[in-house]
Design a protein around this ligand. Sequence first.
Ligand code: SF4
Length: 429
Amino acid sequence: MNEYDSNRIYDLLEKKNYKRTDQLKDVDCYILNTCHIREKATEKVYHDVGRVKKIFRHKKKPIVIVTGCVAQAEGDILLKREKYIDAVIGPQSYHSIADTILKIERKCKEINLTDFQTIEKFDKLNLVSNSSSNVSSFLTIQEGCDKFCKFCVVPYTRGAEFSRSIEEILKETLGLIKNGAREITLLGQNVNAYNFEGKKLSDLIKKISKISGINRIRYTTSHPLDFSEDLVAIHKDCKKLMPLIHLPVQSGSNRILKLMNRKHTVDEYLEIFNKLKEINPTIEFSSDFIIGYPGEEKEDFMDTFNLINRIKFINSYSFVFSPRPGTVAANLKLIDKKVSMERLEKIQSQLFENQIKMNKSLENKNLNVLVENLTEKKTQVFGRTEYMTPVIFDGNKSDIGKILQIKIRQSNRTSLFGEKVCSSNKKVA
Ligand code: SF4
């Protein structure tokens, strides 16, 4: 979602005649869009701002703004400790960024914009078209979270659950198609909690799938509690909906899930898995895991390990628990770091083994690949399978945006390598 937000910030500022650059030494305004999920996120802000300070030591200071969840969670502290920062803007206030820059230019004092103005934000963003020109584009449809998992900052940094209207989402989708999008990933912190005037995520997917320019639809991130029957059913009915489901489980132990306040059990998770596999056996799962959550015993860890072996997630994110300031879990007693690290290694080697096996099983098969871009070498192109696995093969610019049949010749853990399947016109009778 930060990538989506960063692009929208660029869109807002382009209207004010700012041009995007990746040359730090040239900037008039430096915006650091932050993510609080990352470890030591606040320290990284000071480090990055320090880097800018160094570059501009003998030059006119650029405007420095910190946006995103770290700004939301620790705005006042940032402004107090690092005077080089001119403003902090939370994720629900960035629609005001152009006005903020104007205020800074007029020499107003440090600015802290961390109110939850979600409705106002999207009203303003709807007036500025989304300039993303990626074949695979993100589209935020939902923000915020009411679940309050004990380890997570999102309910405090993004606020309560909020859903955008179907009308504005469809309008943005059409704009993205015009820019070249063929695949849309619908985004939300709790994307399957989407509910706009009774219309759910499945209704939205149905509508988007009727738009001819779109070939693939994905959504992320879901919560098991909101995985309703209609959402399961749409995976049977909608051919454009991709068969990879990212559904975080966090732990395979009911005891730990309860301690985390996840509001679902392992059985409920497995029930969703079974229902989806029943209606479409080609569906695969990916997930998130927190290893070494406070109170995790060896048995709890083994439950997670066994769940991984049962579901055979094809791709997952796994981390050792690290406390986030302001969350309930931040005050809990940590388990031995060495034990957590050993458990993480064990989990990851299992996840990686599954991934390697899965990719190996695809060798010599023909797969549908949506081509996204040229690789750095420019003689090859890069695309993704229906399961999001990157595929690299010889191709050129004219392949971008097409779905091509690729014969997979080689694989490693993260990528596949192949060649185009030639279609011959020769006929014989
Ligand atoms: S459901 Fe997801 S976003 Fe919400 S609190 Fe839990 S981990 Fe955070």
